[in-house]
Design a protein around this ligand. Structure first.
Ligand code: FAD
Length: 511
């Protein structure tokens, strides 16, 4: 018997467990994997407003600004009281993590004209973290990964340092952590939550009796059936996942089974990543042309490198849910001489130019790959053939686009004339992009105290939930994650703290 069982040992679960323990509760945490941190250990940083880091800024973003931005972006479909509670918690969560030993630096690199990046608090790589070979990571990354204060495979993985510190803190506060233990079912007694049934790695079933449960099991990106039923996407056919941590929606199903109301759900949608820095930068420039499988334009290319969620949403509407980003030798020369317009914050300071040698080497390497998404051609006809788009439609699209470039007016999507460079000079380069996701967001309906609500909108006594499995706010507009840079982890940590505090309060009322 314990006071509280937390299900899920990542950002939301750890924040909930530590907070509940700090508030005097006896806590057991169950994590199905052999490691802690779920996908939260693959990230870079956390959104917060009114933290001590922002006081030095000329135009700091305030809590009221963040609240307004979130509510306007979700058209007030998100729960306003929950959003307010999340936003209000932001500065103290940064302080709370700092007191634990997590260090931050403000993300002050220009990322995109569309995002308020200075809310981003990057976790400092103050320790070396080794992610063993058998631990699932970002798609395409295998083997042992060392996150060191100097270098990482990518800039991702900074948050692994935070997860390590939070896990240590949880243990210090007496949280009993069981990894390799998968929660299966909630136990109810007289309408209240009274326990969790779980299974360990050896297949042994165990029941932990408790007074409250906090569900923090993340999304359901690897659950084919749920994905199809609740989002319409078919895993493997029209969408992929960018990491290998298996998230099956267990907690969402467990909550629904005891009467929890469904809340909006969606994949945390992005455009499938373009491999290597050189190609990623080159193809993410607003000078490029984007066409769908039919050979038609469907987006203002200014979105390239500026708002990849908008690009992903637009791709989701297209045939085969894919797009081709195209440039020619003239645009390539422009990138070599004038430099890039958009620079990914992951890689380099702004205004870097295309490195011809590196680009050619990468292109050569990638072209040899079977099913390469990169196409190179000496004519538009050849390119259309390689992309398998209708030649006549594609030629018309390019002719029309080149006319827009000559007249300086994009009559279709009103692209900024600055970015209108015609596509006419061989060689032609195209990259095929599809859809990918970080995870899914939403599923369990909660209120501003992170209490789970039933279908009558009443609280299910003793049941709390936090993090991605409750994050319907992002299902309404996933751009929010970049608008307030780092807001997914921010939501997970803050709702986790709210759940932990309120669950600890609740069990005191039972004594
Ligand atoms: C590559 C990558 C980079 C990212 N970078 C950022 C970033 O920089 N900033 C940002 O804000 N967001 C980022 N995100 C998103 C962010 O990581 C998630 O929103 C966040 O991790 C959600 O936390 P969570 O605790 O709700 O869920 P998760 O991190 O998904 O964790 C859920 C946990 O529950 C466990 N679990 C599931 N089922 C069970 C069960 N039945 N029993 C026991 N345990 C179970 C899982 O194993 C997992 O550990 C990134 C995501 C990815 C994939």
């Amino acid at each position: 018997m314990t006071d509280i069982v937390v299900v899920g040992g990542s950002a939301a679960g750890l924040a909930a467990a530590i907070t509940a323990a700090e508030n005097g509760a006896k806590v057991v945490l169950l994590e199905k994997e052999s490691f802690m941190g779920g996908i939260a250990k693959l990230g870079m940083g956390i959104a917060a407003v009114e933290s001590r880091f922002q006081q030095a800024l000329a135009f700091p973003f305030k809590r009221d600004d963040a609240f307004k931005l979130i509510m306007e972006h979700t058209d007030w479909r998100a729960d306003a009281r929950l959003v307010r509670a999340w936003v209000d918690e932001m500065p103290s969560t940064i302080e709370w993590l700092e007191n634990m030993g997590v260090e931050f630096e403000l993300l002050d690199i220009y990322q995109s004209s569309e995002f308020v990046t200075h809310t981003g608090h990057l976790v400092k790589k103050t320790r070396t973290i080794v992610m063993p070979a058998e631990e699932p990571k970002w798609a395409g990354v295998t083997g042992e990964v060392r996150i060191t204060p100097k270098e990482t495979v990518m800039e991702g993985g900074r948050t692994a340092v935070m997860i390590t510190i939070m896990t240590e803190r949880a243990k210090e506060k007496g949280v009993e952590i069981y990894t390799g233990t998968r929660a299966k079912k909630l136990v109810m007694k007289n309408g209240r939550v009274a326990g969790v049934v779980a299974e360990d790695n050896s297949g042994k079933t165990l029941q932990i009796d408790c007074k409250a449960v906090i569900i923090a099991t993340g999304g359901f990106c690897h659950n084919k059936e749920m994905l199809k039923k609740y989002t319409g996407f078919e895993l493997g056919r029209d969408i992929t996942v960018i990491h290998g941590v298996e998230l099956l929606g267990d907690g969402i199903k467990m909550a629904w089974e005891v009467g929890a109301a469904e809340d909006a759900m969606s994949p945390a949608l992005i455009v499938s990543p373009i491999p290597t820095r050189e190609l990623s930068e080159a193809f993410n420039q607003p000078y490029n042309l984007v066409v769908n499988q039919k050979g038609e334009r469907f987006i203002n290319e200014e979105k390239l490198g500026a708002n990849w969620v908008h690009l992903a949403y637009a791709i989701a509407r297209q045939k085969n849910r894919c797009a081709y980003i195209i440039f020619d030798e003239g645009i390539k020369r422009h990138m070599e001489t004038a430099g890039f317009e958009h620079i990914s914050y992951l890689y380099r300071p702004a205004r870097i130019k295309l490195d011809k040698k590196l680009f050619n080497e990468t292109v050569e390497r990638l072209s040899k790959r079977k099913d390469s998404p990169l196409f190179i051609a000496d004519s538009l006809e050849e390119l259309a053939g390689k992309m398998k788009v209708d030649l006549e439609t594609f030629k018309k699209t390019v002719e029309e686009y080149n006319r827009f470039c000559e007249t300086g007016r994009d009559r279709l999507f009103n692209k900024n004339p600055r970015y209108l460079i015609p596509i006419k000079e061989p060689k032609f380069y195209a990259f095929k992009c599809g859809l990918s996701m970080y995870t899914t967001v939403g599923g369990i309906k909660i209120n501003e105290r992170a209490e789970v609500l039933n279908r009558e909108d009443d609280v299910i006594p003793g049941l709390y939930a936090a993090g991605d499995c409750t994050a319907s706010v992002f299902a309404y507009d996933f751009s929010l994650t970049y608008m307030l840079w780092g807001s997914n982890l921010s939501y997970a940590l803050n709702t986790g703290r709210i759940a932990g505090r309120n669950a600890a309060r609740y069990i005191k009322t039972l004594r």
